[in-house]
Design a protein around this ligand. Structure first.
Ligand code: G3P
Ligand code: CA
Length: 262
C-alpha cells in the first residue's frame, strides 16, 4: 500500500502532526513524534535547520532560546553543542530530551509499523544558499527516499516558504513532492507554485478561511492543498468540505476524533 492509497481510503483530509504532537509534548522531540504516531497521525511535520557543522536538525526557531535550556543561534552552534542542551523540559509535558536530527526522525518515520509521510520544512535556505537543499537531498538519498518510484509513493515531502528552495528541490529531485507555503492568496493563487513546479500549495488556515477558492484553483492546476495549523473543529470541517488533502495540527488526536464525524 502506498501512502496515497492509505490516505485516500477515507476521502477525508489526512492528519499531519505539526512538530509532532506538540501541544502535549515539547515540539520536535522524539517523544512528540512517537506520541503522534501512536495517536494515528498519517504524517509528521518538522522544520530543519543547518548547524555550523552542516548537520540538519529539527528546530523551528533561529535560536535555541525558546525550546531549550541554552541560548544561541542554531546556525552558529555545532551538533555536539546542541546535544548538550535539554530540548524537552521547557514544556509541561514529557521530560528531558536531546536535540533531534533529521536522520533520527527519518529513521523513526520509515521504521514505523505503517506508512507515514514526513513533511520537511526547510528554514532560511537563503542564509546557506543551496546548502540546505544539498544536505537535505543527500540525507534523503542515504535513506533511499530521494527518488521514489512516483510522487504518490514518496515518504518525504519538502515544504518551504522559499520559492527558490522549492525550485532547487524540483530541479535536483523532480519526483519528490514539494509544497510551496504561503500566507497570502496573492502568492498561492498566483503563478508562483507553477513557476517553481510545486506539487502542492500550503496556505495557513487564516488564509484559507478568507480564500477558500484556493483549494479548487490548486486542484484545477493538478495541485493538492496542505493547510496549517488547524487546531479548531470548525476549521477541520472547513478543510474537509473544501477537499484539503493534508491538515497540519498540534493536536493530532483531537483532529482525528473530529474527522470521524465530518
Ligand atoms: O507546516 C507549515 C508551518 O509549520 C509553517 O509555519 O512557522 O510553524 O513553521 P511554522
Ligand atoms: Ca514548520
Amino acid at each position: 500500500m502506498n501512502v496515497a492509497e492509505q490516505v485516500s481510503r477515507s476521502g477525508k483530509p489526512a492528519v499531519v502532526a505539526h512538530r509532532g504532537a506538540s501541544a502535549a509534548v515539547a515540539e520536535h522531540t522524539l517523544a512528540a513524534y512517537e506520541l503522534a504516531l501512536e495517536q494515528g497521525a498519517d504524517g509528521l511535520e518538522c522544520d530543519v535547520r543547518l548547524t555550523a557543522d552542516h548537520e540538519l536538525v529539527c528546530i523551528h526557531d533561529r535560536t535555541v532560546d525558546r525550546t531549550s535550556d541554552g541560548t544561541g543561534i542554531v546556525s552558529e552552534m555545532t551538533l555536539a553543542q546542541l546535544r548538550e542542551l535539554d530540548f524537552g523540559s521547557w514544556h509541561t509535558g514529557g521530560g528531558p530530551a536531546e536535540v533531534l536530527t533529521l536522520a533520527e526522525l527519518l529513521t523513526l518515520t520509515l521504521d514505523w509499523r505503517r506508512p507515514v509521510r514526513l513533511f520537511i520544512e526547510t528554514k532560511h535556505p537563503v542564509r546557506f544558499g543551496s546548502l540546505v537543499e544539498q544536505q537535505l537531498l543527500s540525507t534523503l538519498h542515504d535513506f533511499g527516499v530521494a527518488t521514489p518510484p512516483s510522487a504518490d509513493h514518496s515518504r518525504a515531502v519538502v515544504i518551504s516558504f522559499s520559492s527558490a528552495g522549492v525550485w532547487r528541490i524540483r530541479r535536483h529531485a523532480p519526483i519528490l513532492p514539494t509544497i510551496l507555503l504561503g500566507e497570502t492568496a496573492r502568492v498561492l493563487g498566483g503563478s508562483a507554485a507553477t513557476a517553481v513546479g510545486a506539487t502542492g500549495i500550503g496556505p495557513s488556515v487564516e488564509t484559507l478561511r478568507m480564500h477558500p477558492e484556493l483549494v479548487d484553483k490548486a486542484a484545477a492546476a493538478g495541485r493538492v492543498t496542505y493547510c496549517w495549523t488547524v487546531d479548531e473543529e470548525a476549521d477541520v470541517q472547513l478543510c474537509a468540505d473544501l477537499g484539503v488533502r493534508w491538515i497540519a495540527t498540534n493536536h493530532p488526536q483531537k483532529v482525528r476524533d473530529w474527522l470521524v464525524t465530518v
